[in-house]
Design a protein around this ligand. Structure first.
Ligand SMILES: [Cu+2]
Length: 426
C-alpha cells in the first residue's frame, strides 16, 4: 500500500520538494521590527504616488487649456479623449463591407455544402484529381462578396461558399494525387498555387511547390496514420493563400472503425474581409482579426440549413481546424462525447475537443432525446462570427429563429475577372 502511495507522489512530482524552514523563534523580535519599518515604507510610497498623480492631472489640464486657447481645433481634438480614441482606430480593422455596400457586384448564390462524409473511392490506389477555382462568393449572408480560392476534388467543388471538399481514404491506402491548377476559364485561376498534405511523408521542396496556371503535377504516398489531416496551398504568402480559402480536410479512416448512423465532416475556417470582391485583408490576417469564422465555408451555414441526424444512435463528426490562425474548441450542446480521437489521442467522456490550427480528429456521441442540438466552437469570440451550426432530430420542432437561407446571387460561376478588384500578384 505504502509502495503505491510513494509511486503516485513521484509521478506527480511531489517527492524531493525542499521544505521552507520554520522561522526561528529567537528572531521573532527582529522580524516584528522589520515589519513595522515595511508598513511605514508602504505608507510613504503611497503618499508620494498620490502627490505625483495630482501633479500630473494639474499639468495635463493646464496643457489642454493652453492648447485649446492658442492653437485651435486640431489640438483640442487630442485633448478630448473620445475624439482621440476615434482617431486612433486602425483603418485596417474597419468592419467588413456589407452586402448593401457592394451593390451591383456579381457573386455566386449560396448553396449549402453537403456535410456527409464522402465514401472512400474504390480501387487499390485511391486516385484524386484535385483542382483549383478562384471565385466570387459570400462567406456571410450579410457581408459583401469576396474572392475565395478553393479546391475541387474529383469534380466536386462548392461554389457559393469558400469550402473545399474532403478527401477520404482508409489507413494504409496508397493515395495518388493529380493536382491541376485550373482547367478552364470558369475556374478563374490567374496565379500559381500548390498543395501540401499533412497526411503524407514527402519532401516538400519536391512536391509542395508552385504549379503555374493550367499546369499539373502528380505524386503518390501511403496514408500511414489515421486522422483528420489538413491539406492546403503552400504558395507564398501562405497566410494569404490559406486565409483566402485554400485549405481542406483529408480523412484517413482507421481500419475497423465501427459504422455509425451518421458520419459528418466540419472544417473551421477564418475569413478576413477588406474590399468587396477582394482577397483576404493583409493587416487583419497578420493581426489574426477575422470578420468571419465559419464551418464548411459559410457563416452559420448549418443554422441556415440544419443537419438532420437521428436521436438515440451514434453520430460521428470529423472536425478539422483549418485556421489559418485561430484556435477551435469543438463542442456539441446537449451531449457528451462518448469517444474522441484527436491527433491519435483517444479519450472518453470529453465535453470539448481542443484543436490548434491544422489539427483535427473525430468525435462520437448520441443525441439521447429528440431535439435541436447546436454545435459550436466554444471559443465564443469565434462562435459569434459564424462558427455555429445545428443538429436537428426527426420528431423535434423546427429550430426557433432559424433565418431563411439567402437566395441572392448567380447560379453560374463568378470569377475574379468579372469584378473590379485587382487580384494579388497580377
Ligand atoms: Cu494558393
Amino acid at each position: 500500500m505504502s509502495h503505491t502511495t510513494t509511486d503516485y507522489d513521484r509521478a506527480r512530482g511531489e517527492v524531493d520538494i525542499p521544505r521552507v524552514p520554520d522561522y526561528p523563534p529567537e528572531l521573532a523580535e527582529t522580524r516584528a521590527r522589520e515589519q513595522g519599518w515595511r508598513d511605514w515604507m508602504v505608507v510613504g510610497v503611497g503618499m508620494t504616488a498620490l502627490l505625483a498623480i495630482i501633479a500630473i492631472i494639474f499639468g495635463v489640464v493646464a496643457i489642454a487649456q493652453t492648447d485649446s486657447s492658442s492653437s485651435g481645433p486640431a489640438s483640442s481634438m487630442e485633448a478630448n479623449p473620445a475624439t482621440a480614441s476615434k482617431a486612433a482606430v486602425n483603418p485596417a480593422f474597419a468592419p467588413a463591407p456589407t452586402l448593401a455596400a457592394a451593390k451591383g457586384m456579381p457573386y455566386e448564390r449560396f448553396q449549402p455544402v453537403n456535410p456527409n462524409l464522402p465514401a472512400v473511392p474504390t480501387g487499390t490506389v485511391k486516385h484524386f484529381r484535385v483542382g483549383v477555382m478562384q471565385h466570387i462568393t459570400q462567406v456571410d449572408p450579410n457581408l459583401a462578396p469576396v474572392q475565395a480560392w478553393t479546391y475541387t476534388v474529383n469534380g466536386v467543388g462548392y461554389r457559393g461558399t469558400a469550402a473545399s471538399p474532403p478527401i477520404v481514404v482508409n489507413q494504409g491506402d496508397r493515395v495518388q494525387i493529380e493536382f491541376v491548377n485550373g482547367t478552364s476559364k470558369s475556374m478563374g485561376v490567374d496565379m500559381a498555387h500548390s498543395i501540401d498534405f499533412h497526411a503524407a511523408h514527402l519532401p516538400p521542396n519536391k512536391y509542395y511547390t508552385d504549379v503555374a496556371p493550367g499546369k499539373s503535377e502528380t505524386f503518390s504516398f501511403v496514408a500511414k496514420y489515421a486522422g483528420a489531416f489538413m491539406y492546403h496551398c503552400a504558395t507564398q504568402p501562405v497566410l494569404t493563400h490559406t486565409g483566402t480559402g485554400m485549405t481542406g480536410m483529408m480523412v484517413v479512416k482507421p481500419r475497423n472503425l465501427p459504422p455509425v448512423a451518421r458520419e459528418l465532416w466540419i472544417t473551421q475556417q477564418e475569413f478576413y474581409i477588406g474590399q468587396a470582391g477582394g482577397i483576404a485583408d493583409q493587416a487583419k490576417l497578420a493581426a489574426e482579426n477575422p470578420d468571419v469564422v465559419a464551418f464548411n465555408g459559410y457563416a452559420n451555414e448549418y443554422k441556415l440549413d440544419p443537419i438532420t441526424a437521428p436521436a438515440g444512435k451514434p453520430i460521428r463528426v470529423w472536425v478539422l481546424n483549418a485556421g489559418p490562425s485561430r484556435w477551435s474548441a469543438f463542442h456539441v450542446i446537449g451531449t457528451v462525447f462518448d469517444t474522441t480521437d484527436v491527433e491519435g489521442v483517444v479519450a472518453h467522456g470529453s465535453q470539448t475537443v481542443s484543436l490548434a490550427p491544422s489539427q483535427g480528429g473525430w468525435v462520437q456521441f448520441t443525441l439521447e432525446s429528440p431535439g435541436n442540438y447546436p454545435f459550436v466552437t466554444h471559443d465564443f469570440g469565434s462562435m459569434v462570427k459564424g462558427a455555429a451550426g445545428m443538429l436537428h432530430t426527426p420528431g423535434a420542432p423546427p429550430p426557433k429563429g432559424a433565418p431563411p437561407a439567402p437566395t441572392g446571387g448567380s447560379t453560374k460561376p463568378v470569377t475574379p475577372n468579372m469584378v473590379h478588384v485587382t487580384a494579388m500578384g497580377s
